[in-house]
Design a protein around this ligand. Structure first.
Ligand code: SAM
Length: 353
């Protein structure tokens, strides 16, 4: 075992603090080496120590694929005229939520494109009605809104808000987002973090022009902002987007970023994302659970809509209905010797020992 890597891993496991250069050295480790295995084992131990052997399930409802933005990577960008657009009615969202709660989900994630049809008034009504009828936590993921809109939604009862930074490199962010501003998004994340709501963010891995140093900076950003959840998946080239011909990200780099995130942010929630499962349907989730991940977001959107929420091609689990998805994920979790979390799965902040 390389003694420099050994020292970095010991420092990470004991203090959860690393310098940029040290994170880069971990992210540069090659697959199937003794050092890489020790890296993933350390992340696995930190996961067990800080968040236990429970995997939290978040039922994902993709309620609209209308989007006013034109993110260059995203299959549901406004300018993609090949997408069949849908909005799920409020009544149907309530039915989906009730069914998911009956299946045992304690958190529902309401996600959509940036769709002005779903005004804050409508969103508040959806959140309140779901929470009145079901004992669930609600995560909202509908993109950039004004401060006052976020305030109203927090008052209406959302427990968490997800807004990925996508990359913390301002130049790369600009290349990806023709109609969005890096500093605005950063400011919104900092605003949310000051409010009474848990904040999730995250990035895509393997973006064109993204370096290992940028990934290491992203992880330091999570730590600095003290985020409560970090979702990270590989970039997957989507047809009918300006990035259709780019190379996909890869599973192994994504797993290394997950492991390093766990070492530096020991008590947060880290999902094994759908994008990761899409690139390796057979075992990506198992591998993610064994190197730091502790959350999974099974899709509970009715099958008739799923194919249209196509952020990227061949999205995992598109042909399954919500009961099948729940059973399959339960099996994967048990096969890893882990258990499904039964509580809301809020972040419980723990000071490093
Ligand atoms: N509109 C909301 C927002 O921007 O936060 C929520 C929906 S957005 C489609 C959800 C996430 O999908 C994005 O944050 C992005 O990271 C991911 N995504 C979109 N296109 C992708 C692609 N081609 N490959 C991998 N992830 C992608």
């Amino acid at each position: 075992m390389n003694y420099v890597i050994n020292a970095i891993l010991q420092k990470a496991e004991n203090t959860h603090r690393l310098e940029l250069e040290e994170i880069i050295q971990l992210l540069d480790l090659e697959e199937n080496t003794e050092e890489q295995k020790a890296f993933f084992s350390a992340a696995d131990r930190v996961r067990e120590k800080y968040v236990g052997n429970y995997i939290h399930l978040r039922g994902l409802i993709e309620f609209s694929n209308y989007c006013k933005r034109n993110c260059n990577y995203c299959g549901i960008r406004a300018k993609n005229t090949r997408v069949h657009r849908y909005r799920i009615s409020e009544e149907e969202i309530f039915e989906i939520a009730n069914k998911a709660a009956k299946l045992g989900y304690r958190t529902l994630v309401l996600q959509s494109g940036e769709d002005p049809y779903f005004t804050v008034k409508k969103l508040k009504n959806i959140v309140k009605t779901i929470k009145e009828k079901n004992n669930v936590a609600i995560t909202l993921c509908v993109g950039e809104l004004s401060h006052s809109d976020y305030d109203e939604l927090i008052q209406a009862g959302i427990d968490r808000y997800l807004l990925r930074i996508e990359t913390t490199n301002a130049e790369l962010f600009k290349q990806l987002h023709p109609d969005d501003d890096f500093y605005t998004r950063m400011e919104l994340l900092r605003y949310l973090k000051k409010k009474n709501v848990q904040v999730g963010t995250g990035i895509m891995i393997g973006l064109p022009g993204q370096t290992t140093e940028m990934l290491a900076q992203d992880i330091l950003f999570y730590q600095e902002l003290d985020v409560d959840m970090v979702g990270q998946g590989p970039f997957i080239a989507s047809p009918d987007t300006p990035m259709a011909e780019e190379k996909n990200g890869d599973v192994f780099t994504t797993l290394k970023v997950i492991a390093a995130t766990r070492l530096l942010c020991p008590d947060i929630h880290i999902p094994a994302t759908t994008a990761l499962a899409t690139l390796s349907i057979t075992d990506a989730r198992q591998r993610a659970f064994r190197c730091g991940a502790n959350v999974v977001m099974p899709n509970v959107t009715p099958q008739k809509y799923r194919a249209f929420y196509e952020l990227y091609p061949d999205k995992a689990c598109i042909g399954e209905d919500s009961d099948e998805c729940r059973a399959c994920i339960g099996g994967i979790i048990a096969s890893c010797g882990l258990e499904v979390g039964r509580d809301f799965g809020h972040r419980i902040k723990k000071t490093p020992a």
